[in-house]
Design a protein. Structure first.
Length: 333
């Protein structure tokens, strides 16, 4: 397997007790994943509307919001398959969602002040993650943040930042039996790859990712106690965009250079706000391949429509609903 390396985005069983989740044994976490090329791929029926058709009726899907910096190469669909990303396989398809420390709200010290940072409920994030990837999600008890004190860290503008790569290595042993991947959620600030901070960091080879929600709260981001009326929806949309981005990284999807896509890179909070909450046709095909070609796209889009409506994300809900209609439209034939 060609190693993909770390992927960063710079700048349902439920337990509510805040305690250390039991660490899985080496045997439980080091099972060799099945490469995609060893799974049967279902062909799309000829003559039917395809979920991979251009989303724009005129065939002119919008350009990417931004391009990767540095030496990250583009990833076509063939590149994705050639990198042998680990497949979603029966028995290990579940994604574990692990909160670290107090969640969904937590106190953060920065510049001699304490900030109350708010995040969406874990249950809502777990439901979105499950419907985004099309797999079960297990909500784990919160892990104590005491262990993070011993990880490499630095200080930026009076705020402690944890080394993201070291945190991923620490979390590898916490992937539970029966789960192929783990997504950690934290209010700690993270740094990696020479960036001032990163919102997320993922390693598809180990199946572990971490997502920092610290900077989404406009009260913290602007250093003020006043927040706009719709600030909770703003926090939710920012969280869902980066959560979807990092979850897709765990399947081996790299940053997208093809069209406007949630996998476009971003290096600012404004860039996060500008990300579309959807995969472009190229990246959607990669997600489909991770399912062996068996992803039910209409069911996925219907469920994301319903979730978006409940969250008050009307524009996203209408977009998903249009995709469901497009799969039923004879005009696509």
């Amino acid at each position: 397997m060609q190693r993909r390396g770390f992927l960063s985005l710079p700048l349902l069983a439920l337990a509510s007790a805040c305690e250390d989740a039991p660490a899985a044994t080496t045997a439980e976490t080091k099972d060799s994943p099945t490469p995609l090329e060893e799974l049967p791929v279902k062909a799309h029926p000829a003559g039917e509307p395809s979920p991979f058709d251009p989303f724009d009726p005129g065939g002119h899907d919008p350009a990417p919001m931004a391009l990767p910096m540095g030496d990250e190469p583009p990833q076509s669909f063939d590149d994705f398959l050639a990198e042998s990303p680990p497949a979603i396989e029966p028995g290990r398809e579940t994604v574990a969602l692990l909160p670290i420390g107090e969640f969904p709200h937590g106190l953060v010290a920065a510049q001699d002040r304490l900030y109350l940072v708010r995040s969406p409920p874990l249950e809502r994030l777990g439901e979105w993650a499950s419907r985004w990837l099309g797999v079960p999600v297990r909500l784990l008890p919160a892990m104590s943040d005491e262990a993070l004190q011993r990880l490499p860290h630095r200080e930026l503008d009076g705020l402690r930042q944890i080394d993201a790569a070291s945190l991923l290595a620490h979390l590898e042993a916490r992937v539970p039996s029966g789960c192929g991947r783990l997504m950690a959620l934290t209010h700690e600030d993270l740094f990696a790859d020479g960036a001032r901070w990163v919102y997320g960091y993922a390693d598809p080879d180990t199946g572990v990712a971490v997502h920092s929600l610290l900077r989404y709260d406009p009260g913290f981001a602007q250093g003020v106690d006043h927040r706009p009326r719709a600030f909770q929806r703003l926090i939710l949309t920012r969280t869902l965009r980066v959560l979807s981005h990092e979850l897709s990284h765990l399947l081996g999807l790299r940053h997208c250079v093809h069209f406007a896509c949630v996998m476009n890179p971003t290096q600012s909070l404004q860039g996060v706000d500008d990300l579309p909450l959807r995969l472009c046709p190229v990246c959607l095909r990669k997600l489909d391949a991770a399912h062996g070609g068996g992803l039910d796209h209409a069911a996925r889009w219907r469920s994301l429509t319903e979730l978006s409506q409940r969250a008050g994300l009307d524009l996203d809900a209408r977009w998903y609903a249009r995709r469901v209609d497009a799969l039923r439209s004879p005009a696509r034939r």
